[in-house]
Design a binder for this molecule. Structure first.
Ligand code: IPD
Ligand code: CA
Ligand code: CA
Length: 270
């Protein structure tokens, strides 16, 4: 068994265990929901319990590896070539409202490059897995991106980060622009699921600003292995630290990139 296969299997074990925790808390949070700082940026007992389960499994198997987990921050020796990016509950707002779009996302960067990704949607019991050179699967069956090639026939998905009230760079103008150019733009509330849904062809493209590594590392490798393309908005190589990502089926990539580079101001819709 290759190392990547081992990493993939352990990440799967952790994601499934965490998913069980999330299902256990669902609808039972009562007052165990607090704001982290920005309005709307919630953390719940379920985020924390899920993260504890993932950390225990990853650290037990890979004690030397570095970790970047949403609720705990940086753990371990950050100079290690292996860095796990963990979102124990992506879609917390949905989860707190019992809106069924949330998941566990576990990605592994090796020397800064996404190499392994597991995204588990416990509500629908859907498991997405991908690793460099090993392909992408949903419930252990191979998946691939859609073949939609015209932007005008595409369905897209995006998101709005928690700083949206504080910055004019809040993706609202992009949302309006792309809504007019396509068959529709959805906002699911889970960046990791958005990427998984591009990977399996349910939507044709996704873009977002203000995202963190734990939101996207797993989805990036999953999507690449499913035949998709991931870059910066302008089509240059993705830099996760910028918080901006453009991820598509490949066929609409250049046109979506061009559209994102030519967004008219919001006043154009008044
Ligand atoms: C959020 C979700 C959402 C995205 C935000 C993320 P969280 O993650 O992925 O879709 O628009 O930018 O922060 O807080 O639910 O883990
Ligand atoms: Ca997240
Ligand atoms: Ca989260």
């Amino acid at each position: 068994m290759t190392n990547l296969q081992i990493f993939l299997d352990i990440a799967t074990e952790a994601a499934l265990a965490a998913g069980e925790v999330l299902q256990g808390y669902l609808g039972k949070l009562e007052d165990a929901v607090t704001e982290k700082g920005r309005p709307g940026d919630l953390v719940t007992a379920a985020d924390k319990a899920s993260e504890a389960v993932v950390l225990e499994i990853i650290r037990r198997h890979f004690p030397q590896h570095s970790i970047l987990a949403e609720e705990s921050g940086k753990l371990g020796n950050q100079d290690n070539e292996y860095l796990w990016a963990i979102d124990p509950l992506d879609g917390t707002t949905n989860y707190a409202h019992q809106y069924p779009a949330f998941c566990v996302s576990i990605g592994l960067l090796i020397n800064g490059v996404p190499q392994v990704g597991v995204i588990y949607d416990p509500f629908h019991d859907e498991l997405f897995r991908g690793a460099a050179g090993l392909g992408a699967t949903r419930d252990r069956r191979p998946i691939k991106v859609s073949d939609t090639s015209e932007l005008g026939k595409s369905l897209l998905v995006t998101g709005f980060a928690y700083d949206r009230r504080e910055t004019p760079d809040n993706n609202y103008a992009e949302f309006c622009h792309l809504t007019h150019l396509t068959q529709g733009v959805r906002r699911s509330g889970s960046a990791a699921l958005d990427l998984a849904h591009v990977a399996c062809g349910r939507v044709d493209g996704y873009w977002e600003r203000g995202i963190s590594p734990w939101d996207v590392v797993a989805g990036v490798i999953l999507l690449q292995e499913a035949g998709g393309k991931v870059t910066a908005y302008d089509g240059t190589p993705l830099k996760i630290a910028t918080g901006r990502i453009l991820a598509t089926n490949g066929s609409i990539h250049d046109n979506l990139s061009r559209a994102l580079m030519q967004v008219p101001p919001l006043s154009a819709w008044e």
